[in-house]
Design a protein around this ligand. Structure first.
Ligand code: PGD
Length: 763
């Protein structure tokens, strides 16, 4: 038996086929491997694999066109040589009748960790080289709001979060960590592109042993690892900005703010101070004001603010806070709070975004670019902020404000998706379903019969990562991994590259897509990092070329980035902050800022769906729909680690004893979570690890509607409940994290629907 090196978004490993299972051994250098590796063991041969090109019966019978049967129709399997000409003909029809500007190829999704078989890059390359382009998407579901606001106020997200060795500084230097949204180690297990060493927990425990104090604001106790004995402030969700303002009030009014730092490196302190003290709006943002909104004791806030001024303090803001209405504000106010302490740019101090929330954040970047597949040139300029997909499909011709621009939604006739699962990642799935009924044709490449595959007209079986060779690399991981094929492709599965090459061939554009190379040739040495105009320096080139043959590489880390200090505390000229002071490498120039649904300084806006608002009278519990601990998003939902944390075959919904008692709910009961948008079933676990009036249900269970006309999800996918609106006109990020719901015990008989059975047409 030969174990071969491989990699995933949740860790590097070696694997061998043992009978029809995969044995997986974590990378020997990983101090804290992820349990998610267990999900791979039964994956290649799982019964939910897509085995052949599958065509929706209604599409085959009736041809392209809008169809509400998407999601409930059966599929007919065809051979590859029948499928490719049919798809090429449909692409040609859409291209001729409408042009590429009516094709949505944004195709968001994490797919698998690898550089060449990167599904999104592959589909973009196909659409660019064979059709002339596609309507694209901008940003991520992970960090849409932060991505938009940070360049205006401090600098690009990646530059702030992904250049320095913050984990090392935390372990050795930080004295006080103030973590808004916590630092959930389960999330740090995962990083796009792969992570060969999980260092979050070891760094945090080293800091704890040294005496560092950890303070967390979150409705969930386990958003901080138990090992660091964090002080848990269980605030009402969506109130972190108010808490930060209360802390700022103490720093400003007690003369603890670092005026020298603010004068030298920041723009707009006086206006922020006027807002915090109430001079500009008549409301002082005192700790008592913050307590009334957040439920956190004012004296505790006062003590914390004083400690922040006295000690080396790191303020962290997790991704989760900004995946909500006005999600830009806690990010901006977190930066402002750190600026008030004057510690931005000091080792182990200042501000960090999403430290502990994504595996490779807080690690020094590599000194060489990682390989990427050149996607070609997109001839279509239209794009959407990624989380506006349903609006795009439902509202052709409508306009949208985004980051200072006004966008118009094109009328999409064809959707091409590879490597993502919008019926996992998007909000308000009934609305998404209505959107997916509108195009003429939807084509999806998938390995498994996910809900997205079940809403497509054409589903093409893609290989799994374990079935092909590739290079695993991430800009913030020290290792590039030679990912070797562990098992042969199952049934009719083919690599995305091979599928697209044949499709491009049928469109008369094979060489344009393949560049005249086989995938072996792409991988074996000719595969150079993009952009081609900036190849790596000669001495590093050897590390990148021919990695597969060498079994991997450990390229050198980049140079330390130097201090980052320029901060915009209220609207003004971003350039002004950027030019302040010698160590400043601050905000990039951006569009005018006051017009972007911001007050001109960070501010607490009252959201619609929070426990202090009117809607809480109808739906009195706040659903926290966070990332799962036992799988990446929806991937391999059937795997051992994922299934092992379900209860009675459903996702677990955690609820506080007070709320459970009021509803006669006990651990193990089936419960129904509902609001005006939909409902799902889950199994209750009653626990004091969630604060009262909060219920927590992780994302990722495969959407399994109870019936054709009943979208109640039997497995517990929270996105049937979440609200499909943008965070604000600035970012239009996704608001999937926090939603108002109610919960009741479900005593009925749930229909028996198998979420993993292939939906093949009978007869
Ligand atoms: P995945 O489950 O990773 O979810 O959304 P995303 O769509 O990325 O989907 C990837 C799909 O790609 C899987 O179905 C997998 O089988 C397929 N795949 C894997 N490898 C390949 C390949 O090589 N080729 C092809 N063709 N397919 C492949 C994630 C998104 O969800 C993200 S990033 C976040 S942060 C959001 N988080 C939340 C949240 O906190 N709360 C809510 N309510 N909703 C969220 N949605 C978002």
């Amino acid at each position: 038996m030969t174990y071969k090196p491989h990699s995933s978004h949740w860790g590097a490993f070696s694997a061998a086929a043992v009978g029809d299972r995969i044995d997986v051994v974590p990378h020997p250098d990983d101090p804290c491997p992820s349990p998610i590796l267990d999900n791979l063991r039964d994956a290649p041969g799982h019964r939910s694999r897509v085995r052949k090109p599958a065509f929706r019966k209604g599409w085959l019978d009736g041809g392209p066109g809008p169809d509400t049967r998407r999601g409930s129709d059966g599929y007919v399997e065809l051979e590859w040589d029948e499928a490719i000409p049919l798809i090429a003909a449909e692409l040609t029809r859409v291209e001729r009748e409408y042009g590429p500007g009516r094709v949505f190829g944004g195709s968001y999704g994490w797919s698998s960790a690898r550089r060449f078989h990167h599904a999104q890059s592959q589909v973009h390359r196909l659409l660019n080289t064979a059709l002339g382009g596609y309507v694209s998407s901008y940003g991520t579901y992970s960090a849409g709001a932060a991505q938009a606001i940070m360049p205006h106020v401090i600098g690009g997200l990646d530059k702030v979060a992904r250049t320095d060795d913050l984990w090392g500084e935390l372990a050795t230097t930080t004295e006080l960590v103030v973590a808004f949204g916590g630092m959930p180690v389960r999330n740090a297990m995962v990083s796009a592109g792969g992570v060969s060493r999980h260092v979050a927990l070891p760094s945090m425990t080293a800091a704890h042993r040294r005496g560092a104090r950890f303070v967390m604001f979150s409705p969930l106790r386990d958003d901080m690892p138990a090992e660091v004995e964090a002080e848990w402030h269980a605030n009402l969700p969506l109130t972190d900005t108010a808490i930060m303002l209360g802390l700022a009030h103490v720093l400003i009014t007690e003369g603890l703010a670092d005026r020298a730092f603010l004068d030298r490196y920041c723009v707009g302190f006086d206006r922020l101070a006027d807002y915090v003290t109430g001079k500009s709006d008549g409301v002082a943002k005192t700790p008592e004001w913050a307590e009334e909104i957040s439920g956190i004791d004012a004296d505790a806030l006062r003590e914390l603010a004083r400690a922040m001024a006295a000690r080396r303090t790191l303020v962290t803001v997790s991704n989760s806070l900004q995946r909500a209405e006005f999600g830009e504000q806690p990010v901006w106010m977190g930066i402002a709070l750190a600026a008030l302490t004057g510690q931005i740019g000091q080792p182990g101090g200042g501000f960090s975004y999403s430290l502990g929330a994504i595996g490779n954040v807080g690690k020094r970047a590599l000194g060489v670019p990682i390989p990427t597949l050149n996607q070609g040139k997109n001839g279509v300029g239209d794009f959407i902020p990624v989380a506006r997909i349903t609006d795009l499909l439902l509202n052709p011709g409508a306009t949208l404000e985004f980051n200072g621009k006004v966008l118009t939604y094109p009328d999409i006739r064809l959707v091409y998706w590879a490597g993502g699962n919008p019926f996992h990642h998007h909000q308000d799935l009934s609305r998404l379903r209505a959107g997916f009924a509108r195009p003429d044709t939807i084509i999806v490449h998938e390995q498994f019969w996910t809900a997205t595959a079940r809403h497509a007209d054409i589903v093409l079986p893609a290989t799994m990562t374990l079935e092909r060779d590739d290079i695993g690399a991430s800009q913030n991981d020290t290792k590039m991994i030679a990912m070797k094929q562990v098992v042969a492709p199952q049934a009719g599965a083919r690599d995305d590259f091979e599928i697209f090459a044949d499709l491009a061939g049928a469109l008369g554009r094979r060489d344009a897509f393949t560049g005249g190379r086989t995938q072996r040739e792409w991988l074996a040495g000719k595969y150079v990092p993009a952009p081609a105009a900036a190849p790596p320096p000669g001495r590093h080139r050897a590390a990148l070329v021919g990695i597969l043959g060498k079994g991997g590489a450990s390229p050198p880390p980049g140079a330390p980035p130097g201090a980052r200090r320029g901060v915009l505390l209220c609207s003004g000229s971003p350039r002004a902050a950027a030019t302040r002071g010698p160590a400043s490498r601050g905000p990039a120039a951006g569009p005018p800022f006051t017009s972007l649904h911001c007050a001109g300084h960070p501010k607490w806006f009252e959201p619609v769906e929070w426990l202090g608002g009117a809607l809480a009278g109808t739906y009195p519990l706040q659903l926290v729909a966070n990332q799962p601990a036992n799988r990446l998003h929806s991937q391999l939902d059937f795997g051992a680690a994922s299934a092992g944390r379900k209860l009675n075959g459903r996702e677990v919904a955690r609820i506080h004893p007070d709320d459970a008692r009021a509803r006669a709910i006990a651990t193990g009961d089936t419960v129904r979570l509902f609001n005006g948008r939909g409902a799902c079933l889950a199994t209750a676990v009653v626990t004091e690890d969630v604060r009262p009036r909060v219920v927590q249900l992780s994302t990722g269970a495969w959407f399994t509607p109870a019936g054709t006309d009943d979208p109640t999800c039997l497995q517990g996918n929270p996105n049937v409940l979440t609200r499909d609106v943008g965070t604000s006109r600035l970012a239009q990020g996704c608001c999937g994290q926090l939603t108002l719901v109610d919960v009741e015990r479900f005593d009925g008989e749930a229909p028996a629907v198998d979420p993993y059975a292939p939906p093949l047409a009978r007869g």
